[in-house]
Design a protein around this ligand. Sequence first.
Ligand code: HEM
Length: 287
Amino acid sequence: MSNFYVEFIQKRRAGGSGQHNHNTIAALLDQKYRSSKALKDHEIAHIMIALLMAGQHTSSAAGSWALLHLANREDDEALYQEQVKHFGDNGEPGKFRPLAYKDLRDLPVLDSVIKETLRVHPPIHSIMRAVRDDIPIPPTLAAPNSKSEGTYIVPKGHVVLASPLFVQMDPAIWKNANKWEPSRWNDPEGVAMMVLKEYTDEGSEKIDFGFGAVSKGTDSPYQPFGAGRHRYIGEQFAYLQLGTILSTLIRKMEFKIPTVVPEHNYHTMITMPKTPRDVHYRRCQFD
Ligand code: HEM
């Protein structure tokens, strides 16, 4: 894959491959590091691979998990009725207004289905960081229940791993943690709302990494998009994309699964459902 991109980039530099200036490779060719060095071809290639992985498998995995759960329960009816309420065209069965960006922002059932899917099945289960300098961790954080008074050091050169999946399924935090329960996101007094505030601009500490102030989100036990410097900046885009896909499908089809919701396959980079993962569908019939 790396070679494929490098060859493509080299053709682009040489003026081949068509001269499209408004795309990601063209933009990366113009970028410089802070040291004013330009990006090397293989670096652009690897950024493109990361983009492809980050943008494609995450949303498709999340969409698949949402469909499997909807097909397993009755929530698809609530989702359908929400579409009828907001987009139904003069009450005529099966007729809907086209989706518009502004409409997708105010659909609590759809929103809760996406949030809960990302809680139980965060596409990225582990996030790793190379430690560039020794990091002292005060005893209160490293081992809150220990009597030891020493500061713990995470040594330079080590790799630390944080798992959104682990905290998002922690029974000490979440009621019925293992259960896919979208309605938890509509309870104003519930834990879900509280941790969401810690994750979003509303309640989280802000930090500016050089591209405008963003919420840090590191304290929240809900982190499907990561936290800190590399937190995914297109969160709104992911919601828009998943919302559009689910709304379109739910308007046209009814779903059932022949078995149960599959287990996670942790052997893939992005957490996929294990096979069999069939969903049966039937086109909605309207007279
Ligand atoms: C449901 C959908 C998605 C989820 C759950 C998700 C999750 C994440 C997470 C957890 C990170 C942080 C990784 C880290 O800290 O090391 C991340 C970063 C990133 N995501 Fe996504 N993502 C989604 C969709 C997308 C899409 C659609 C794109 C592109 C079109 C994308 C592009 C990226 C990129 C480029 C980064 C790296 C940012 C950086 O390293 O500074 N993601 N994403």
